[in-house]
Design a protein around this ligand. Structure first.
Ligand code: MN
Length: 250
């Protein structure tokens, strides 16, 4: 299938990282290579600087934030002028990470403030059990600042989804979200103009191996079934959504 977009994939966490980049380039799969720490930025940036389809994102993953993330935050700020795409960033209020939520918030607020100051950034945001707080912070710190927000693996309620749509968020959808009935119900409610696709590989599986960017074909197929249309219609729509998202940014 042509025109695939994987807007949230941890390419640098695969053992065959560099050959995966080449595969994406050869097959024309537009891939956002999110990172979990700013320490990974230089290598990702250098490997992708000449690439047409694979783009690096500058991240600081909420699950990796400890008691004090000041050093990582400083490094993140240092690289910010080089990055158009930001991610993975956000909040995780799940039970395993709840104890660092205060520091996660401090970091996320600073990230949003920095993005608001310069503008023109595209953010891929994690919001596990924290959609309302994430939206509160977006509204307070990122409002109308010429940035774009993509909520990755969104698992909020319908009310939270409406609020996110109102704010202007896009949603990157993966196959896991479509496997559960709640995900399907939620997806029917999201405007098709705001949908992108992702794998979140290698954290998600296809049969017995980690998902790779090409596996977004399955997301397209499932979305097509859900919308009662053809995979081609969905993939064209997703491509045009991404163009709109990027074209909106000055
Ligand atoms: Mn991720």
């Amino acid at each position: 299938m042509n025109n695939l977009i994987d807007f949230h994939c941890h390419l640098d966490l695969y053992p065959d990282y560099e050959s995966l980049i080449d595969d994406c380039e050869q097959e024309g799969i537009r891939t956002l290579a999110v990172t979990t720490t700013p320490r990974a930025w230089p290598r990702n940036r250098d490997l992708m600087v000449q690439k047409k389809y694979v783009k690096p994102a500058l991240g600081l993953h909420p699950q990796l934030i400890g008691e004090d993330a000041s050093d990582e935050l400083m490094l993140w700020e240092k690289y910010l002028p080089e990055a158009r795409y930001i991610g993975e960033v956000g909040l995780d209020a799940g039970s395993r990470f709840y104890h660092t939520l205060k520091e996660q918030k401090r970091v996320f607020v600073r990230i949003l403030q920095c993005c608001a100051e310069v503008g023109g950034k595209v953010l891929s945001i994690h919001s596990v059990r924290s959609v309302n707080i994430v939206l509160d912070l977006l509204e307070e710190f990122l409002q109308a600042k010429n940035n774009r927000v993509v909520l990755h693996w969104f698992t909020g309620s319908k009310t939270e989804a409406s609020r996110a749509v109102e704010f202007g968020c896009y949603f990157s959808i993966n196959a896991e979200m479509l496997r559960i009935a709640k995900g399907n119900a939620l997806l029917r409610q999201l405007p098709i103009e705001r949908l992108l696709t992702e794998t979140d590989g290698p954290f998600t599986q296809y049969q017995d191996r980690p998902n790779e960017p090409k596996d977004v074909a399955l997301v397209i197929k499932l979305l097509a079934e859900l919308q009662n249309t053809t995979p081609e219609n969905i993939s064209n729509k997703v491509v045009s959504n991404l163009k709109t998202l990027l074209g909106d940014i000055k």
